[in-house]
Design a protein around this ligand. Structure first.
Ligand code: ASP
Ligand code: MG
Length: 421
């Protein structure tokens, strides 16, 4: 069997959903399909939660009505009147629950409310998509991912209980796949043992798809995107990018870790553990081969892989009393960063100082500074960029850093990183 994952862009307009039909009907094996919310729905839902949590509930309700209207119009466009009637009953229920979830905001911690509201996007998109497939003669069964993916209650970044989830996934999927029915479910969402909805972190649908693939020992997972596979750099930032035909799991993990927004970083591990290849293909050009990611490493040759992380802060932390930055100081500093959930993207330490490049999250940064200031002297550069080049060459590096003021540079055999202004 195969797992296909479709992101928000692939269903953002009714014509796009139409264009997916031939891709699905040509699949060479029984299918599990994992879908994100349509277009920018998750952002719209975030705006609803934040309004509701800020006490602007009337505004939140109004925004929810706008979302309802756009989903209704979409469903009316892609579905026959009979299929629409049926799907709308279920969608209307989801919208009622959304309005209740808005009313409930403030009762528990904000992240809990976030998940109860934000999970709506995937529930709706999959209702439309499942009805659409059945309407067009492709047998498809909608499944609630909250019955498949069990998580803890770390809302907004829930951790998946793999053993329990894998059993649930198999129990649900196997009979359907044997009957040749597509199992269609939501990415990004799960539920706690008490049935509270949870989300797995933004862009988490790729990860959900990988979990389903691993649970079912899929032949492969295909993530259908609007670009033809992975490029050696982000085509929105660079002109002459090169497509990568094949790449290893390890290399993709590194790229994601350094900030390439290619695939959700958690996606690779479940696939790697089961040796399931990951294809990244373009739904606009289904005949193109895309990129394959798997274990094979031997004969691969990579172009320089370029990753830019903008809006970074370089923070220099120096001991006040001239004490050395030793293991003791380092572990104290690490603990502070980790307690604030601040990921260090690049680190260098010297005798009495420590330099860290971190994402510019003003709230967390403020907090960090308050904690550190009594004990350390702090210097910072804001609005800097972290450049990472895997498989760098001197030419590429000199082109990329030409006319830049470099604040920090580190090289290993395969990776060059620098922070510049
Ligand atoms: N819809 C969610 C998001 O926008 C999950 C995903 O697209 O993967 O973050
Ligand atoms: Mg998405």
């Amino acid at each position: 069997m195969l797992v296909y994952k479709f992101g928000g862009a692939s269903i953002e307009r009714p014509e796009r959903m139409e264009a997916l039909l031939p891709i699905l009907s040509k699949a060479s094996a029984p299918l599990v399909v994992v879908v994100s919310a349509m277009g920018k729905t998750t952002n719209a839902l975030e705006a609803i939660v934040f309004a509701a949590l800020n006490g602007q509930k009337a505004d939140a309700h109004e925004k929810a009505l706008a979302l309802e209207a756009s989903h209704r119009a979409y469903a009316e466009t892609v579905l026959s009147p009979a299929a629409f009637q049926k799907a709308w009953q279920q969608m209307a229920e989801t919208f009622t629950e959304l309005q209740w979830a808005i009313d409930g905001c403030g009762e528990r911690n904000p992240d809990y409310h976030y998940d109860q509201i934000v999970c709506t996007g995937e529930l709706l998109s999959t209702r439309i998509f499942a009805a659409f497939l059945s309407d067009r003669g492709l047998a498809a069964q909608w499944a609630d991912a909250r019955d498949l993916i069990r998580t803890d209650d770390q809302f907004r970044e829930a951790k998946v209980d793999l053993d329990y989830s894998f059993v649930q996934i198999r129990k649900t999927a196997e009979p359907l796949l044997q009957a040749g029915t597509i199992l269609l479910t939501q990415g990004f969402i799960g539920a706690t043992p008490d049935n509270a909805s949870t989300t797995l972190g933004r862009e988490g649908s790729d990860y959900s798809a990988a979990l389903l693939a691993a649970a079912l020992d899929a032949q492969s997972l295909t993530i259908w995107k609007d670009v033809d596979g992975l490029q050696n750099a982000d085509p929105r930032l660079f002109d002459h990018t090169v497509k990568i035909e094949a790449i290893t799991y390890a290399e993709v993990i590194e790229m994601a870790y350094y900030g390439a927004q290619v695939i959700h970083p958690k996606t690779i591990q479940p696939l790697q553990n089961k040796g399931i290849p990951l294809h990244v293909r373009c739904f606009l050009k289904p005949e193109a081969s895309g990129t394959v990611i798997d274990q094979e490493a031997s004969s691969l040759f990579y172009p320089p892989l370029i990753i830019l992380k903008r809006n970074q802060v370089l923070l220099q932390v120096t001991t006040l009393d001239f004490s050395f930055i030793t293991e003791e100081n380092l572990s104290k500093l690490y603990r502070i960063f980790s307690e604030l959930r601040l990921k260090i993207n690049l680190l260098q330490n010297a005798a009495i100082s420590f330099v860290a490049c971190i994402d510019n999250d003003p709230e967390k940064l403020q907090h960090l500074i308050e904690v550190l200031r009594p004990h350390y002297r702090l210097l910072r550069n804001e609005e800097v960029t972290l450049l990472t080049v895997r498989h760098y060459t001197p030419e590429v590096v000199s082109t990329l850093t030409h006319n830049r003021h470099i604040l920090l540079e580190q090289k290993t055999r395969h990776t060059l990183q620098c922070v510049y202004k």
